[in-house]
Design a protein around this ligand. Structure first.
Ligand SMILES: C[S@@+](CC[C@H](N)C(=O)[O-])C[C@H]1O[C@@H](n2cnc3c(N)ncnc32)[C@H](O)[C@@H]1O
Length: 292
C-alpha cells in the first residue's frame, strides 16, 4: 500500500468527519488576517485602482490569496495579456464592441476594462461573487449562471469571450458542454481566450497522468469538486486543438502566457465562419500540433 503523508491522512480524517470545508475556512481566515497590515500599506501608498476592493473572503475564493496587491496587479497583467494577444492578431481591444468574462469571479480582470467604450459583461456560477460585482462595478452587467450551460444570452452576443482559470476546473462532460455554449454566444469570427494548466504542471503529474497529457487527453483531479479550485484539469495544446477544432481555429497558444494567472498557458481561438478551413478529419494522439 502506498504511504500517505501526514497532511493526506489529516485531510482524509477531516473529510470523513465532514469537517474539511470548515477547516479550510478557518485556514483561509488565519491567512487573511496575516495580510491585513500588508494590504493597508499597499492601499495607503496609492496602489489601488480607485475601484472598490472585494473582501478577503472573496479574494481567497478566486485567487487563493488575500493579497490586494496581487489582486490588482495580477488582474492588470491578465487584462494586458488579453490586450496584447488580440493586438498580435490585428484586433485592437478598443475596437471590440461586446466582451464577456466567463467565470469572472469578483471582477479581478474585468475591472481593468472600466475605461473601454465596449459593452462589458461578466458571469459566474457563484451568486456571492456576482452579487458583489453588481453592487461595486456599475460599468458592467453581471449574470449568475448554473454549473452547467446554458448562459442567459442570445446566440452570437459577443465579439470577445475570455475565461481565465475556469477551464482549469471543468472536467468532462462539463468541459465539452461549455465549449459548445461559448461557441453559441460568440459571434462567428469572434475570439475566445482561455487560460489552461499546460506543460508547466507536468512535474506535478504522476507518470500515468503525464502519459495521458502527452497523448492529448484530459487529466482530471477531484472531478467531484467540478467548478471549484479543488478540481484541477490539465491538458496540452494538442488536446485543445483537437477538442475545439469543430468550432474554433486555434490562432495562438502561448506556453505560460497567462501573465495574470501564472504559470498557465494562454490560447487565442477564433469561432469558425462559413469561410473557415474545414476542421481536420483525423487526429494522431501525441503529435505536436502547432497553432495556425
Ligand atoms: C480560479 S477562479 C478565477 C476567477 C477569474 N476568472 C479570475 O481570473 O480572477 C475560477 C472562477 O470560475 C468560476 N466558475 C467555475 N465553474 C464555472 C461555471 N460552470 N460557470 C461559471 N463560472 C464558473 C468560479 O466560480 C470562479 O469564480
Amino acid at each position: 500500500m502506498p504511504r500517505l503523508s501526514a497532511r493526506a491522512v489529516l485531510k482524509a480524517a477531516l473529510a470523513r468527519l465532514r469537517m474539511l470545508d470548515g477547516a479550510r475556512r478557518i485556514r483561509d481566515a488565519v491567512t487573511a488576517l496575516s495580510w491585513v497590515a500588508h494590504n493597508r500599506r499597499f492601499l495607503r501608498a496609492g496602489g489601488g485602482d480607485n475601484l472598490p476592493i472585494p473582501p478577503a473572503r472573496l479574494l481567497m475564493l478566486t485567487t487563493a490569496s488575500p493579497s490586494i496587491e496581487w489582486f490588482v496587479q495580477s488582474g492588470r497583467a491578465g487584462a494586458d495579456s488579453i490586450r496584447a494577444q488580440l493586438a498580435r492578431h490585428d484586433t485592437p481591444v478598443s475596437e471590440v464592441r461586446t466582451i464577456l468574462d466567463f467565470g469572472c469571479g469578483c471582477g479581478r480582470v474585468l475591472r481593468h476594462w472600466a475605461n473601454l467604450s465596449a459593452e462589458i459583461h461578466g458571469c459566474d456560477y457563484n451568486p456571492v461573487l456576482i452579487r458583489w460585482c453588481r453592487q461595486r462595478l456599475p460599468f458592467a452587467q453581471f449574470e449568475t449562471n448554473g454549473l452547467e450551460p446554458p448562459l442567459p444570452y442570445p446566440t452570437a452576443s459577443f465579439d470577445l469571450i475570455y475565461a481565465l482559470s475556469v477551464f482549469t476546473h471543468l472536467p468532462e462532460p462539463l468541459h465539452s458542454r461549455w465549449v459548445a455554449e461559448l461557441a453559441r454566444v460568440l459571434r462567428p469570427g469572434g475570439h475566445l481566450i482561455i487560460s489552461t494548466h499546460g506543460e508547466a504542471y507536468l512535474d506535478t503529474l504522476s507518470a500515468s497522468e503525464r502519459d495521458r497529457f502527452h497523448a492529448a487527453e484530459l487529466v482530471v483531479r477531484d472531478a467531484d469538486a467540478a467548478g471549484s479550485n479543488r478540481c484541477g484539469v490539465f491538458f496540452s495544446a494538442a488536446y485543445l486543438r483537437r477538442h475545439l477544432a469543430p468550432r474554433f481555429l486555434l490562432r495562438e497558444h502561448v506556453t505560460r502566457g497567462a501573465r495574470g494567472n501564472p504559470p498557465q498557458d494562454l490560447s487565442l481561438l477564433q469561432a469558425r465562419t462559413s469561410s473557415s478551413p474545414p476542421p481536420p478529419t483525423s487526429h494522431r494522439p501525441g503529435t505536436a500540433v502547432p497553432a495556425r
